[in-house]
Write a protein that binds this ligand. Structure first.
Ligand code: TYD
Length: 152
């Protein structure tokens, strides 16, 4: 668990990354390598699909986990919140990924029909890494005293 003085991120540390794209008449390939296109080793991959219209996902922050989120099919919005500011990023390209740093609250919403959300994660699944209560998130975010310096 991150304690006082540990790194905390802002929504501005969460960037939209342009991923490589090899296009040919036979289709396109986008490779993502840990430590290259994403600034962490990839320990886990998962994907969200069959999301019913009007549903939202997320609604939590992670203490240490970093993620790259890609709309490999369709589109959706990600609302980021660091406790001080918010921004919404629309993902709708298979060659763009949103890097989400630790200690940033996220909500995924406005999924298009058939959307597939690919997540590349820096850690295996660990429930203790989640902060699922928004008030607890705000308290944890404000307890950190070195904002803006996420782990590399
Ligand atoms: P959660 O991360 O809360 O989903 P989302 O952010 O997409 O709304 O996970 C939902 C459930 O799935 C939760 O009870 C734990 C389980 N889960 C795993 O077992 N392993 C995983 O890698 C993930 C991402 C979730």
């Amino acid at each position: 668990m991150a304690g006082r003085g540990a790194a905390v991120s802002t929504v501005d540390d969460c960037r939209l990354l342009e991923l490589p794209r090899m296009q040919s008449a036979a289709g396109s390939i986008t490779p993502v390598e840990g430590g290259r296109e994403v600034p962490f080793a990839i320990e886990r991959v998962y994907y969200l699909y069959d999301v019913p219209g009007g549903e939202s996902r997320g609604g939590h922050a992670h203490r240490a986990l970093q993620q790259l989120i890609v709309a490999v099919m369709g589109s959706f919005d990600i609302v980021l919140d660091d406790g001080a500011s918010r921004k919404t990023v629309r993902l709708d390209r298979a060659y763009q990924g949103l890097l989400i740093r630790p200690m940033v609250w996220r909500e995924l919403e406005n999924f298009s029909s058939g959307a597939i959300c690919l997540v590349l994660a820096s850690e295996v699944y660990l429930e203790q890494d989640y902060i699922r209560d928004y008030q607890a998130f705000l308290a944890a975010a404000s307890a950190h005293d070195t904002p803006g310096h996420p782990p590399r």
